[in-house]
Ligand binder design. Structure first.
Ligand code: GLU
Length: 276
């Protein structure tokens, strides 16, 4: 069952998606891709009544590119300092892209502790609900400057799943630089086939993909994406893995086109929390 919400300010029911963009996507796509994304965010609300919570990475990678900092074997304090330099750079790009659509962005930085502590979690929920009610676009990233390695979300895949659960989203969309999940590694096997639908993620599925893989720019990989999908599905949330750099991909998904890999059987559990 899809979650529909009705607001006092508008009779139109809304659906809610969490969309996550990784470091690689943000840095190689740059201002043009971000503009295409934000224009789709505006259209998703207008045409499909879908509201978006956007989770972005790219702070550390953006700063590393601009500061000539050695890329390999960074110490945690170095990553943290880079995140503090890069976060405003990333937010500048989003704000620029949002300006063109007439929407306002809102930066929310958080650590794993913010989603676990009861009071902070409630505060976070209230803030996000209000931002969505005001029709702004919440843009979330991990607050790497204050997170230790143990409580870091890494490239935000697990953060996006937690937010999707916490905000009772209908769908988690993870934008990546591959088409989706394949039946074998497409870099090694030219006959690898894209899996369009997957009912769930088993331990065997997780074992099949390399653990702790890193791209050139971020710490995410297929393992952390499948783990995020597995967690999201525990709350009945469907995850979609798809390429982030194809034009209009989010709108195509909203129109029901078969793109990327859909994980979950489409059965959204009844909402656990009431929305105003
Ligand atoms: N939150 C980080 C960023 O935005 C993720 C990068 C990573 O851990 O690789 O830079």
């Amino acid at each position: 069952m899809k979650t529909k919400r009705t607001r006092s300010t508008s009779a139109k029911p809304t659906r809610r998606w969490v969309v996550k963009a990784g470091s690689q996507m943000v840095c190689s796509g740059g201002p043009l891709l971000l503009r295409a994304w934000m224009s789709q965010v505006a259209q998703l609300r207008k045409q499909f009544a879908i509201e978006i919570i956007w989770v972005t990475s790219g702070a550390i990678a953006s700063a590393a590119e601009r500061t000539n900092f050695n890329r390999k074997n960074r110490e945690l304090p170095e990553k943290q300092a880079l995140s503090a330099i890069g976060q405003p750079m990333v937010m500048d790009l989003y704000n620029l892209a949002l300006n063109a659509t007439g929407l306002l962005g809102a930066q929310v930085l958080l650590t794993a502790g913010d989603t676990q502590d009861k009071v902070r979690r409630k505060n976070l929920q209230n803030t996000l609900e209000k931002l969505l009610e005001w029709q702004t676009v919440p843009i979330l990233n991990e607050n790497d400057a204050v997170a230790t390695e143990e409580i870091r979300f890494g490239d935000n895949d697990s953060l996006s799943a937690l937010i999707a659960q916490m905000m009772n989203a209908e769908r988690l969309v993870i934008l990546t630089d591959v088409e989706g999940l394949y039946d074998s590694d497409p870099r090694k096997n030219p006959r690898a086939r894209l899996i369009h639908h997957k009912k769930d993620i088993s331990q065997a599925d997780l074992d099949k993909v390399a653990k702790n893989t890193t791209s050139e720019r971020g710490t995410g990989g297929m393992y952390s994406k499948l783990l995020a999908a597995q967690n999201a599905l525990k709350s009945g949330i469907i995850t979609h893995l798809m390429r982030g750099d194809l034009p209009q991909n989010l709108l195509a998904l909203a129109s029901g086109e078969e793109i990327g890999t859909e994980i979950g059987n489409g059965q959204k559990k009844t909402a656990k929390r009431a929305h105003k």
